[in-house]
Every structure is written in C-alpha cells, then in structure tokens.
Design a protein around this ligand. Structure first.
Ligand code: 13P
Length: 337
C-alpha cells in the first residue's frame, strides 16, 4: 500500500484551516476573460484588460473585507496583475488577511460518446503551472467541472468528472496548493429536489472513490458543491430548510469528517437566497466548516452599483461588504433578513 507523505502536507492542512475559519468564506472572482466579458457587457462596458483590472481592484480593496472573506479565487490574469497604482493584487489580498487562490482548469469541452455532456480540460502541464502559481503567491486552487441532470448524467460523464478532479487534487497537493474540488451539478432543468439528491450522491461517491485511489489527503482539500435544490425550471420550489435538510443529508452520507471545509457555489441563486440557504445549514453543529465560495451571489449588486463609473466605487464596495457580512453571519447561523 502506498502511504502518502507529501512535502507540503503540514502547510496544506494549515492553509485549508485558515480558509475554513469561523465566520469567513471565499470570494470567487476567477471568471475567465470570456465570462468576465459577459458581466462587463451587462453594465455596458467593453471587455478590456483595463476594465477587468478596474473591477477586480475595486473588489480586493474593500476596507475590512478580510473580516468576512478568507480566500479569493483569481483568474491567471489577476494573479499576475497590479492595480493602476502599481500595487500587486496578490499583495493587497495578503495585507487584508485573504489567501490568494487560482483557477487552474482550462474549461469545458464536449465529451465525445456521451449524451451531449462536457468534460473539463487542464491536466496537461498542470504540475509546472501550479509550481509557478505557488511562486506567485497562490496557496489554493480551483477546478470546476460540471454535471448536467437534463442531459443524463451518463456514467461516463460522472466517471470522467470524478477522475479529472481526483488527478487535479493530487497534483495540486504535490505543488503546495489546497485543491478546491468542484463538480458543479447544474441548476438547469425541470427535475425535483429528489432527483438532484440522487445525482449528487452518485457524483460525490465517485469523486471520493477516485480521490482515495489517487492518495489525496482529505485534511488538505476543500469542497465546492452545489446545494441540493430543485431544477431551476421545476414548479415545486424548496424552502431554505428543505434545501438545508437535503444538502446536509447528502454531505453526511458522502463526506468524511476529515475534510475541513465545504464552500458552496451560488450557481445562479439570488444573493438573498444563497445567504438564507447557507444560514439554514448552520443552525446546528456540523462536522465540517459549512460556508460559501460565491461569485455571482457576492458580486451582482456590487457590479451593477459600480456601472464602470469611478464615482460609484465606494458605493459598490459597500454593496460587496454588505453581502460578505450577510454570508459571514450565515456561516455562523446568525443571519436575519
Ligand atoms: P457562482 O457562485 O456564481 O456559481 O460561481 C462560483 C464559481 O466559482 C463557479 O465555479
């Protein structure tokens, strides 16, 4: 039997615990240039490096952000970027007490032989890219793959998703980066909450099986699951209590207590919905830190408030801080609307 002992083990455990610290969660700001372009387009801005830099500078320099945010996931461009004043974005994060992270997957492409499903690229050259990211200050990584319920999911798609995540997690740990393991189960579809629950059980069983096969150290990973909800087009909506019941049942069946933190994605939920659901999940003790790693549910109002205008920066920063505080309280189970 292979007994894994990596050079970075102690550091990985420490980084994961820092990110999974009480009352804090992750700001996902790692939109690819294409996705960032869609966000900027929604406020009438062109997708230029300068506009991406301006928005991301606004995000990381919110005063007091580190009280609520423990980690920020960056796109490669931002990891190497400075603000207009020439200060490195990574340095601003570290000064705020926020751990810099990096999206390392190379995105989704069609999965041949499946039911119109996708797989996630990025394993080729991953070790050397991650070594460079570590040098640049990153201490955790993210790999997002997706599973679609209306399109299956086929056994092939689930296996491929789990295998890719497991290889990525092992390579990340070998390079000193805590892997965030994210098999997003897309919200699209008319299916009910039971169906999401069933699929999520399959996906997480396979993902943990493959991670064990690849000798991933569970104390040094973080998960980024979708909450268990009905499909976006399902007529029967679920209350935050129902979402919490199903999601915690899923986690307790599939996630060992060795895993330090569960950092949910928002996946298209509204800002308030994402906060209420997280709050409902923290009404009792959990074996893991149950928190957030939201992009849209933290940034939406902030982006709209900014609108690309320098005079709105302060108001936009306040909008981000408001969501960060609300989710921080939800992590503690103390949010009231
Ligand atoms: P959302 O919270 O907008 O779903 O984004 C989180 C994320 O990082 C998706 O990979």
């Amino acid at each position: 039997m292979v007994v894994r002992a990596g050079a970075y083990d102690d550091e990985l455990v420490k980084t994961a615990k820092t990110i999974a610290s009480p009352g804090r969660g992750i700001l996902a700001m790692d939109e690819s240039n294409a996705t960032c372009g869609k966000r900027l387009d929604s406020i009438g801005l062109e997708n230029t490096e300068a506009n991406r830099q301006a928005f991301r500078t606004l995000l990381v320099s919110v005063p007091g952000l580190g009280n609520h945010i423990s980690g920020a996931i960056l796109f490669e461009e931002t990891l190497y970027q400075s603000t207009v004043d020439g200060k490195k974005i990574v340095d601003i994060l570290v000064e705020q007490g926020i751990v810099p992270g990096i999206k390392v997957d190379k995105g989704l492409v069609p999965l041949t032989g499946s039911n119109d499903e996708s797989w996630c690229q990025g394993l080729d050259g991953l070790a050397s890219r991650e070594a460079a990211y570590y040098q640049q200050g990153a201490r955790f990584a993210k790999w997002r793959t997706v599973v679609s319920i209306p399109n299956g999911p086929s056994e092939l798609a689930v296996k491929e998703a789990a295998w890719g995540l497991a290889r990525y997690a092992a390579i990340s740990q070998d390079n000193g980066l805590v892997p965030i393991v994210e098999p997003e189960i897309l919200l699209d579809g008319e299916h009910g909450i039971e169906r999401t629950f069933e699929v999520a059980q399959k996906v997480w069983a396979e993902t943990f099986y493959q991670m064990a096969q690849n000798n991933v150290m569970f104390e040094g990973i973080l998960l980024k699951p979708s909450m268990v909800t009905p499909g976006a087009e399902c007529k029967d909506r679920a209350t935050p209590e129902q979402v919490a019941d199903y999601t915690l049942k899923l986690l307790s069946r599939r996630v060992p207590p060795a895993v330090p933190g569960i950092m949910f994605l928002s996946g298209g939920q509204s800002e308030v919905e994402a906060t209420l659901n997280l709050n409902a999940m923290n009404q009792g003790p959990n074996p893991w830190h149950v928190s957030f790693s939201y992009a849209r549910a933290l940034q939406n109002t902030c982006l709209k408030t900014w609108g690309g205008r320098p005079e709105n920066v302060k108001a936009a920063q306040e909008a981000l801080l408001l969501r960060a505080k609300a989710n921080s309280l939800a992590q503690l189970g103390k949010y009231t609307s």
